[in-house]
Ligand binder design. Structure first.
Ligand code: NAD
Length: 499
């Protein structure tokens, strides 16, 4: 589908796509797709004030009623799935199936959040004092700022927005400067849901900030935005986290990963190869959970590397809209340069590179590269750095303790996995002495999480959790209440204070 049709299917008007200063290009062929209007720094205070006003109304609606809006959003997303998926392909370069998969993830979190809207459970707590009752209740927080990365241009918004809305918070979204059109499309889809929801939804429940890091920074610095959920590089998080903390705000940080797979001698190698190839080259290695490090037992390393070389040689790199393409473009030329630099550094550190060359034949004019397999003598500085491209470093190990130590010996702590048929190895990997990551899997790759679980990681990945499990608590404030229904006023801990 060409650019014009994709945008027309989502109801974009000429006025939205032209006349602005922010140039949007497609990674598929580098072609200019639109010039959208940017938010200025001067606009931001009024946008935040409107969000605060929306909060005053939205927080008073019962949570299950708020859930109804998210149910309608899920319905609208179902109707728009093909059109939005095609825009994800156009603007982020994902192959068709992954573009659609990203929209499906949005639908899934809406379903999850609708159910959650009736389960914002507090606690009752046994009081030590007679005639007293203790309880814990969760309340809305206020405007939730969402800053998102280019590589999941719509799913990350939906994880945050579905939960923030049911929790009683308006949303202000600053998408990646590389993917403003998908954000504008999501805003339109939500607007349709809000129109069907009716007058209970206040104006400005959801607002967009289109622009770069400076616009994001204005959101980060405002005391009137109590929650900032920021997804992107560790470099970005290292600026955003301290700024939010300095004004006593709450941040939810979802930052870089450097995800590993341990392949043990007992592993089902055919299955491991499938898991490795999808995790390492899917989305052209541009997932935060992409597999970047393979830690293989020395007894099976050459066999596995040969199988991987064969699998890599059959991968089709090209236009992500073609049915047979498995590896689409990198986001831009900078990513291609970063890939070539990392490969040069790996060679200087003793690595042997298979593949990794830029692809220019039979592809449109974007930044395409053959995925690279790099055999490394050890876990060097280059291996410990997240380069957001399809490079898989392969290293060998002898004992499981050594493999786990290598898996954990990087600054990031997002996702990890082990392929083994040995129960002791699997359980050790998942135990307190095993993987130090927020996600640890057995016999599946590190990428492709479902929305039911809490998503996020430790160390330089930032510590935030989004999506399923009890991640909703990140969007609410907790209140502990003690009610005295007796005629006496006993003090806790037996303290006496007679007046
Ligand atoms: P990026 O850090 O360049 O940009 C992410 C967002 O942060 C953009 O919207 C950008 O404008 C904004 N930003 C940058 N500096 C800012 C500042 N000082 N103040 C406020 N906002 C600022 O990341 P990217 O290149 O778009 O995405 C790739 C990175 O994102 C990778 O490191 C990847 O691992 C990470 N990522 C992490 C997750 C996760 O859930 N852990 C998910 C997706 C991507």
């Amino acid at each position: 589908m060409d650019h014009t049709t994709v945008l027309k299917n989502l109801g974009f008007t000429d006025a939205e796509l032209t006349g602005g200063t922010h140039v949007v290009t497609s990674p598929i062929d580098g072609a200019e797709v639109a010039k959208v209007h940017e938010t200025t720094l001067a606009d931001v205070p009024a946008i935040i004030a409107k969000s605060q006003a929306a909060f005053k109304a939205w927080r008073t609606l019962p949570a299950p009623r708020r859930g109804e809006l998210v149910r309608l959003l899920g319905e609208e997303l179902r109707t728009s799935k093909d059109a939005l998926g095609a825009l994800v392909t156009l603007e982020a370069g994902k192959i068709t199936s992954e573009g659609l998969g990203e929209v499906q993830e949005m639908i899934d979190i809406c379903d999850f959040a609708v159910g959650q809207s009736r389960q914002l459970y507090g606690l009752t707590i046994a009081s030590e004092r007679p005639g007293h009752k203790m309880s814990e209740t969760w309340h809305p927080m206020g405007p939730c700022g969402v800053i998102s990365a280019f590589n999941f241009p719509v799913a990350v918004w939906s994880w945050n927005t579905a939960l923030a809305l049911i929790c009683g918070n308006p949303v202000i979204w600053k998408p990646s400067e590389k993917t403003p059109l998908t954000a504008m499309a999501c805003a339109k889809i939500l607007e349709r849901a809000i129109a069907r929801f009716g007058a209970d939804a206040p104006d400005d429940l959801h607002q967009l900030l289109i622009g770069g890091a400076d616009i994001g920074a204005a959101l980060v610095e405002s005391k009137d935005v109590p929650i900032v959920s920021a997804t992107g590089s560790t470099r970005m998080g290292s600026i955003v986290g301290p700024k939010v903390a300095a004004r006593w705000g709450r941040s939810i940080l979802e930052l870089g990963g450097n995800n590993a797979m341990i392949v043990a001698p007992s592993a089902d190698l055919e299955m491991a190869v499938r898991g490795i190839v999808f995790s390492a080259v899917g989305t052209a290695g541009q997932r935060c959970t992409s597999l970047r490090r393979l830690i293989v037992h020395k007894s099976i390393k050459s066999e596995l590397v040969e199988k991987l070389k064969a699998a890599y040689s059959s991968l089709s790199v090209g236009d992500p809209r073609n049915k047979n393409t498995l590896v689409g473009p990198l986001i831009d030329e900078d990513a291609l340069s970063a890939m070539q630099n990392a490969l040069e550094n790996a060679i200087a550190e003793g690595g042997t590179v298979h593949g990794g060359e830029p692809v220019t034949q039979g592809v449109p004019a974007g930044a395409y590269a053959a995925p690279a397999l790099v055999e490394m003598p050890s876990q060097s500085d280059t291996v410990k750095t997240e380069t957001f491209v399809p490079i898989l470093y392969v290293m060998e190990y002898d004992t499981l303790d050594e493999a786990i130590a290598m898996q954990n010996d990087v600054p990031q702590g997002l996702s990890s996995c082990i392929f083994t048929l040995n129960m002791r190895e699997a359980e050790t990997f998942l135990s307190a002495t095993g993987s130090d990551c927020g996600i640890a899997n057995v016999n599946i790759g590190p990428s492709g999480a479902e929305i039911g679980g809490a998503f996020g990681g430790e160390k330089e990945t930032g510590g935030g959790r989004e999506s399923g499990s009890d991640a909703w608590k990140g969007y609410m404030r907790r209140q502990t209440s003690t009610v005295n229904y007796s005629a006496k006023l006993p003090l806790a801990q037996g303290v006496s204070f007679d007046i």
